[in-house]
Design a protein. Structure first.
Ligand code: ADP
Ligand code: ADP
Length: 229
């Protein structure tokens, strides 16, 4: 994927009440894009459109200049990774959770992804070793470990679009650098959207979208944003 583009995209859940209104932007491969805005401003709706869980009511979503709808959902899913705010591993072992997400992943793939995302050391430090962690009951691991595992899982299949919803939510302050390290590990080979609830998260972004009342109020570089506020 070279670039993603929204052209006058609108979405409404209830007729006559826009959740997103005429949103236009273009992002290119390698960019790390922050998404900020008050609760109810449309951030989750934007994310759902980016993921193609919903299709625009009006306007166009373009991938490399072609309408996103032209891409089969199953192909699209392989290109996209999403990590929720408070990732939860819900059943069985960690390994089963990862396989449920990506059936074809082997333990080796997961370990490699964990190394690339720099979560391997953290996991090792937190347990007796990665093999132990993948075999652990999901219910027995901490929120921070779950977040690390979900980051590794998301990166394991070489996604081209990565969407992280406040990835530091389950991490303690000294682990926040982990996000930066994991993004560096992607090596500019993905477009990253980062829904930010904490100001510190924005420092890893190249540009930041400011969403208010369903509109894109600004899309400046992080430097410009910090300078003007
Ligand atoms: P956040 O502000 O952290 O993004 P919200 O609490 O606004 O999360 O929304 C959580 C979930 O509830 C989302 O999946 C969203 O789509 C859904 N949601 C939000 N507002 C409404 C609503 N008015 N009616 C139905 N579902 C909603
Ligand atoms: P944010 O993620 O910034 O909190 P959302 O995208 O969840 O904002 O919500 C944008 C608007 O759409 C809000 O007015 C919210 O109440 C409404 N909304 C979100 N999800 C739903 C839903 N599933 N059904 C109806 N309205 C919704």
């Amino acid at each position: 994927i070279e670039h993603l583009q929204f052209r006058d995209v609108s979405y409404e859940y209830t007729p006559g009440k826009s959740a997103l209104e005429e949103v236009s932007f273009s992002v290119k491969m390698g960019e790390v894009v922050g998404i900020v805005g008050p609760s109810g401003s449309g951030k989750s709706t934007l994310v759902q459109l980016l993921l193609r869980l919903r299709e625009p009511a009006e306007g166009t979503y373009l991938v490399n200049g072609l309408a996103a709808q032209e891409l089969r959902r199953s192909d699209w899913r392989k290109l996209v990774a999403y990590v929720p705010q408070m990732p939860q591993l819900v059943f069985g072992t960690v390994r089963e959770n990862i396989r449920f997400y990506r059936e074809e992943l082997t333990d080796d793939d997961i370990v490699l992804a964990a190394q690339r995302a720099h979560v391997h050391e953290d996991i090792l430090r937190l347990s007796d070793g990665y093999d132990t962690v993948v075999g652990l009951r999901s219910a027995s691991i901490s929120g921070g470990q779950a977040q690390r595992i979900c980051l590794a899982r998301a990166f394991a299949a070489n996604p081209k679009v990565v969407i992280l919803d406040e990835p530091t939510s389950a991490l303690d302050v000294k682990s926040e650098g982990l996000v930066q390290k994991s993004l560096e590990a992607l090596g500019g080979e993905a477009i990253v959207f980062l829904v930010a609830h904490r100001l510190t998260t924005l420092t890893v972004c190249d540009r930041v979208m400011v969403i208010k009342d369903g509109r894109l109020e600004g899309f400046e570089t992080t430097e410009e944003l910090f300078r003007s506020n």
